[in-house]
Design a protein around this ligand. Structure first.
Ligand code: ATP
Ligand code: AH0
Length: 355
């Protein structure tokens, strides 16, 4: 089936869209993919409702209509007939994630999107898992496993978006997945405050700074790092501690130290793996930051490469995953497992909306 995936990630950079041909078990082929960036106003509107506060309904409607436009433009640009697309997997945007309280909230009106684009939509991928006692995240591991089927394990696939998450895949395809800690969100917010741009582009700011090693050590005392995986976090979980630790740093030293926080938390994550990996494949925007990639390489004991090394597209991977998960949802296949979200038994998930 031809399936579209739509992802609005925690880094708040925009909507990722991708087309894949899949049966929900394997991927027959990858179609085109794109990222449509948010304007500063859209980013701000989303930031203002993080935590579930403020004008959620209005922002959700605008957000859904923006996704509809993204889909229409994408299909038009690539000459794809909507009637040929079987389903659109619509992640929405996480505005609250508190699995311990059995709450996770992704905004996005599935029924409205389906009627706007004339394609069946699957959304609300995380609720069933959280209701069953799981973390509701990460969800991409089943897609990682499908992609990695022919690669030699054990290997780790690390996604560095706003938050970091890793999928460990053994030689026989068994999984362990969890959020490692911060991805780029701390660095993005620091860069915004000090440079007016929400990204430390190519790690330039970090490259000019010095890492405060004492701060990195203190950062790793956050209680999240004591928890056994599977585990997941909300975007802003580490902000209070991080800001306390880099208080008084120059823009450059702060950026270098925040980059080191992410790399150190990934290195710590490797200690939770059942067996060491042969390689690390990095996806998500963090792989574009050379300072982040060098810090990872220094801290990890296996080679670190972007996923492009094995022919995948690290900008499209999450959107592709939600296309894949939507097809799995329609087919009644499992989306989450005890090893990926800590849920007590494998779970289906997603909610279907017909146009
Ligand atoms: N050239 C670059 N230099 C440095 N950082 C970059 C560059 N390009 C992208 N990034 C980082 O990647 C981030 C976007 O990554 P990505 O799109 O994978 O996140 P996301 O999907 O929104 O998040 P999540 O995976 O947590 O849901 C940006 O916010 C920025 O921090
Ligand atoms: C609750 C939530 O939206 N979590 C995101 C976030 O961004 C990265 C990491 O934290 C991951 O757990 C998840 O996204 C990916 C797509 C996932 O579920 O696999």
């Amino acid at each position: 089936m031809l399936a579209l995936g739509l992802m609005s990630g925690t880094s708040l950079d925009g909507v990722d869209i991708a087309l894949v041909d899949t049966d929900g078990e394997t991927v027959a082929s990858f179609g085109p993919a794109a990222t449509v960036p948010y304007s500063a106003e859209q980013r701000l509107a989303l930031m203002e409702i993080l935590g579930g506060k403020g004008a959620v309904e209005q922002v959700e409607r605008d957000f859904t209509l923006f996704h509809a436009q993204v889909v229409r433009d994408f299909l038009a640009e690539h000459g794809i007939d909507a009637a040929k697309v079987g389903v659109a997997g619509f992640h929405g945007h996480t505005i609250l994630h508190a699995p311990a309280e059995r709450r996770t909230w992704q905004i996005g009106d599935g029924a409205l999107l389906a009627s706007e684009i004339g394609i069946a939509v699957v959304n609300d991928f995380r609720s069933a898992d959280v209701a069953a006692g799981g973390q509701g995240a990460p969800l991409v591991p089943v897609y990682h496993r499908a992609l990695a089927a022919r690669l030699e394990g054990p290997l780790a696939i690390l996604n560095l978006g706003g938050v970091g998450n890793v999928t460990w895949i053994s030689e026989d395809g068994s999984l362990l997945a969890f959020d490692t800690g911060p991805g780029n969100a701390l660095l993005d917010d620091w860069a915004m405050a000090h440079t007016g741009r929400p990204v430390d582009v190519d790690g330039a700011l970090s490259a000019a700074g010095r890492v405060r090693r004492d701060a990195v050590e203190a950062f790793l005392h956050h209680t999240y790092f004591d928890r056994q995986p599977p585990k997941s976090v909300d975007r802003d979980e580490f902000h209070a501690l991080a800001w306390e630790l880099v208080k008084g740093c120059s823009a450059e030293d702060g950026a270098a130290t925040l980059t080191a926080f992410t790399a150190a938390s990934v290195a710590l994550a490797a200690y939770s793996f059942p067996r060491p990996v042969k390689r690390w494949l990095v996806t998500g925007g963090g792989r574009r930051n050379p300072e982040m990639m060098s810090a990872l390489s220094r801290g990890l004991s296996a080679p670190v490469e972007p996923v492009e090394a094995v022919g995948w597209n690290g900008d499209a991977l999450e959107a592709q995953a939600f296309a894949f998960l939507a097809v799995r949802s329609l087919a009644g296949l499992m989306l989450t497992y005890p090893e990926t979200t800590g849920v007590s038994s494998p779970q289906t998930g997603g909610r279907r909306h017909v146009p």
